[in-house]
Ligand binder design. Structure first.
Ligand SMILES: [Zn+2]
Length: 283
């Protein structure tokens, strides 16, 4: 296993399994939990392995703006936390393998990521992380699946001030504070779980008002949730949760710790509702 396990700190961090990955931090970390719930923050990371850090044309702030900073904090809400420390600019785990490395601007918000094009070997080294992340996640979810159905909360965040801080943010009507993506989910099987989650989260207040939680308004989910539904058909229920970056300044990267704490608490209070619904099965 290449990810460092928080539950077993004696386990050596991923090093040497795929040459070139060894960097200043572990690639990702899996926590431990007895609950049939996994909470992932696969875009929380910012690190690039050295050969890519030396090659990127983007400054830190630009790269951070397209990543999902602080979503790792939400994973404390419950279940097994899975936090990826590497940047999506190394490999995007929420895209299919053949689209997971950003090679041209049209694949990543028009950004020219690299000073010179990546070599095939560099791309392949990045893709090994994709392979091994999903191998590790499979090992964990296979075990859960043997015991019954489970839920994956795949937590992301999105920008709503792309035009700058001096102009109005993107309209609220099309940009919920929390978008629950269920595009690949079988609603006949899991609709009751989705509804309970949305209802539960939406009953809490953050920054003095009820959280605006809606389904499939802005996003319908990416590769990770599709992969869960394909591999664990009828057993795994994945909700792609996109948080609007109202809990931080998306241009400076400065978080609002109080809002983040409130959000995490709202998630934590919604977890028992989701698990209770899961235990009820399909109705
Ligand atoms: Zn994301």
């Amino acid at each position: 296993m290449f990810c460092a396990a928080r539950a077993k700190p004696e386990r050596p961090p991923y090093a040497g399994r795929a040459g070139g990955y060894c960097g200043p931090v572990d690639l990702c970390s899996f926590g431990a939990s007895a609950l049939p719930l996994v909470t992932t923050a696969i875009h929380a990371g910012h690190e690039l392995r050295p050969e890519l850090a030396a090659r990127t044309a983007l400054d830190d702030r630009t790269r951070r703006r397209e990543e999902d900073p602080f979503t790792d904090r939400i994973t404390a809400a419950g279940g097994t936390p899975v936090v990826v420390h590497r940047s999506r600019f190394e490999v995007d785990l929420n895209r299919r393998r053949d689209e997971a490395v950003y090679t041209t601007p049209d694949t990543c918000w028009g950004l020219d990521v690299w000073r010179t094009p990546l070599t095939d070997e560099q791309v392949e080294r990045s893709l090994r992380f994709h392979d091994e992340f999903y191998a590790d996640l499979s090992a964990h979810l296979d075990e859960l699946a043997r015991q019954g159905s489970f839920v994956v909360l795949d937590v992301h965040s999105y920008n709503h001030r792309r035009d700058g801080v001096d102009v109005p943010p993107a309209p609220r009507i099309d940009n919920p504070e929390i978008n629950v993506g269920t595009g690949s989910l079988d609603r006949g099987r899991w609709g009751h779980v989705v509804d309970r989650f949305i209802e539960g989260l939406g009953s809490h207040e953050v920054a003095g008002h009820r959280i605006d939680v809606r389904e499939n308004v802005r996003f319908e989910g990416g590769h990770l949730s599709r992969w869960v539904h394909e591999r664990y058909d009828g057993v795994g229920c994945a909700l792609a949760v996109e948080l609007k970056k109202v809990f931080m300044d998306e241009w400076t990267g400065v978080p609002d710790d109080r809002q983040l704490q409130q959000l995490t608490e709202a998630f934590a209070l919604s977890v028992p509702l989701v698990l209770g619904e899961l235990a009820c099965g399909s109705v």
